[in-house]
Design a protein around this ligand. Structure first.
Ligand code: AFP
Length: 481
């Protein structure tokens, strides 16, 4: 647990991981990438205590929804995202759940209770996921009803967020919804959001003593949650798909590690330094990650480090219901997704790769189709289900691309790897990059394993030393972005 007097300073991020979190910061060749499987309680044989086979919440949900008659079915064979035979580290098998309510199917609550029973997650993660569930239901409602709400809700709030972008009211509101929901778990040590300039203690700047209901919040959190509450928000006025992205790290138990503080954060107080140290972990340290897509339907897709599962919000009962028990990305696709307007500025290998898949001058000889929403969650969701490739590569203007490592690229990479896909920056694996700042950007190319590997060959063939150096430096935590 963090305490305000704990003095932790931060080293150059390349060493930070090793010092603070104890993981391997060495270069991992993307050509030998394997799905990252974090140490879970299941893997260590530990088992958390507490909840029975069917929690009271799940029973109540079933009873309360007896009028609903459709039990969500499984995806048909060959349908997008169908499980195709994962063995190791696969998602929970809902066929083994006893007493599933015929009316609702497997709700998210029920699924998480089973995950806890099976030792995949502890009760703290359960609480954090409960908060994400409740907050994203509210965000779904806000997004869906935004055009009906007051006109000013759609407009600019007038503030500029920490990225220097116009901050829309919905950005602010959704950030608040998620932040408050997460704080009230009492299970988080630290939170970092796209909308905040620095990570914050989950207990700080909130009246610790008592909430409105008189509940005392505890500062016992051992997890760190990073999130982008409303990614793609510039699309929201046009009613185009947007999403929430989240990632959950575990706070290091070696919290007294002493590192050197980079000059630019010397003004931080002890708590801020602790929060920063807890937050700056590479993707391979994530214990859970996912997104919620607010579109024709509201889809929650996540990984607990054991495969990928998908839930759909059934608004008639206000519950997320399991609709994709195990998602595996096809090993090849026929769709690429990127902002092609940037093509002439892209790194040469990516330019060449795209030209070749456009014309069929590639391994499959297929001419790929372009689909691009400009909303990462929507574009990644389609890529996950249909296969192919989503990318926001580096270009001459943006040498680190546009997307944020901590709360966009890393969680999505974890998810993609858990679904059997890959995520690279060009030469290196996104999950291996130690962040040096909360809002650090990183180039990303993710998707079907064979497509990403084919794309990576273009980078390997390219002997541009500057490009190689940029990739290598990111892995060493030498990026200043
Ligand atoms: P906004 O949140 O400002 O709409 O940005 C969305 C985003 O971060 C990501 O969701 C998209 O993939 C990407 O930016 C789109 O960027 P371009 O508009 O440059 O293509």
């Amino acid at each position: 647990m963090r305490s305000s007097d704990r003095s932790r300073t931060i080293a150059a991020a390349g060493v930070l991981g090793a010092l603070v979190h104890g993981y391997d910061t060495s270069f991992t060749s993307p050509s030998t990438l394997q799905a990252h499987i974090p140490r879970t309680q299941a893997q260590s044989g530990a088992r958390s205590s507490g909840l029975g086979v069917m929690g009271a919440g799940a029973v109540a949900a079933c009873a309360a929804t007896a009028a609903a008659v459709v039990r969500p079915g499984r995806p048909a064979k060959g349908s997008p995202g169908r499980h195709v035979g994962r063995t190791a580290a696969s998602a929970l098998n809902p066929d083994n759940f006893s007493d599933v309510c015929d009316q609702t199917g497997v709700t998210l609550n029920r699924y998480m209770i089973e995950a806890n029973r099976q030792g995949v997650v502890d009760t703290d993660i359960l609480s954090v996921m409960n908060s994400i569930r409740e907050a994203t239901k509210v965000i779904s409602k806000l997004v869906n009803t935004a055009p009906l709400a007051q006109a000013e809700l759609l407009g600019l709030e007038g503030a500029i967020n920490v990225q220097g972008e116009d901050q829309k009211k919905l950005d602010v509101i959704t950030n608040d919804v998620l932040k408050k929901a997460l704080r009230y778990t009492g299970k988080l040590g630290t939170m970092a959001s796209e909308e905040e300039d620095m990570p914050v203690s989950a207990a700080l700047s909130l009246d610790l003593e008592t909430t409105a209901s008189g509940t005392v919040l505890s500062d016992t959190g051992k997890y760190v949650c990073v999130f982008d509450p409303l990614d793609g928000s510039s699309n929201v006025d046009a009613g185009i798909a947007v999403g929430t992205i989240f990632g959950i790290f575990k706070e290091s138990e070696e919290s007294n590690a002493v590192c050197d503080l980079p000059a630019n954060i010397k003004d931080l107080d002890g708590d801020q330094v602790s929060c920063l140290a807890a937050t700056l972990q590479p993707g391979k340290a994530l214990v859970a990650a996912g997104y919620v897509l607010y579109s024709c339907s509201t889809e929650l897709v996540f990984t607990l480090g054991r495969g990928v599962v998908g839930f759909t919000l059934d608004s008639s009962i206000g519950e997320y219901v399991l609709t994709r028990p195990s998602i595996e990305i096809p090993s090849r696709g026929k769709i690429y997704s990127c902002n092609e307007a940037n093509m002439e500025n892209w790194d040469e290998p990516f330019q060449q790769y795209i030209k070749d898949i456009q014309t069929g001058n590639c391994e499959t000889k297929n001419k790929y189709s372009l689909r691009y929403i400009g909303s990462m969650v929507g574009d990644v969701h389609r890529t996950l289900l249909y296969g192919g490739l989503f990318a926001y590569p580096a270009d001459t203007k943006n040498k680190d691309g546009k997307l944020r490592l901590l709360y966009e690229a890393a969680p999505m990479s974890f998810l993609l790897e858990q679904a059997g896909g890959l995520a690279i920056t060009g030469h290196s694996r996104v999950m291996d990059i130690p962040p040096v700042s909360v809002h650090q950007r990183v180039p990303i190319i993710l998707g079907s394993k064979d497509d990403v590997e084919e794309c990576k060959k273009y980078y390997e063939k390219c002997d541009d030393p500057k490009l190689k150096e940029r990739c290598a430096n990111r892995l060493k935590g030498l990026v200043t972005a």
